[in-house]
Design a protein. Structure first.
Length: 129
């Protein structure tokens, strides 16, 4: 009597076919779930800002910043942001900068906002031409 030197792969083939059938059945269901038809609402050009939300505007200017039209230096602006962060309902910070402004100035404002845990930020842009 000799030992069998062949490996019985019948069970592995059965397992492979079972997995193939499972994936063939589940894949169309997953794709169908991700492509549910929805009728999205249409927005108008009207100002859709929530009236309960307070907006503050920071404009980057050469040598400083404007916060709601009042000129501030970096340290003064940082103190104002700390005041906003202490509010129960912090405002949305709207940042405006000229396209020729040094990018570092905008990043500096974003860093100050992050340090003060002000996460509601809006970056103003204009419509493409």
């Amino acid at each position: 009597m000799t030992a069998l030197s062949e490996l019985n792969v019948t069970a592995l083939i059965d397992l492979g076919f079972a997995l193939l059938i499972i994936f063939m059945i589940s894949t169309p269901l997953i794709e169908q779930e991700q492509t549910l038809p929805i009728d999205l609402p249409i927005s108008t050009d009207a100002d859709s800002r929530n009236q309960d939300v307070v907006f503050r505007e920071i404009v980057v200017i050469p040598g400083g910043y404007l916060l709601d039209g009042i000129e501030y230096e970096k340290n003064d602006l940082e103190n104002q942001l700390k005041t906003f962060a202490a509010m129960g309902k912090p405002p949305v910070i709207n940042i405006k900068a000229d396209r020729n402004t040094n990018y570092q100035e905008v990043v500096t404002i974003l860093d100050m906002l992050k340090q003060n845990k002000l996460s509601k930020i809006s970056l103003d842009t204009q419509s493409g031409r």
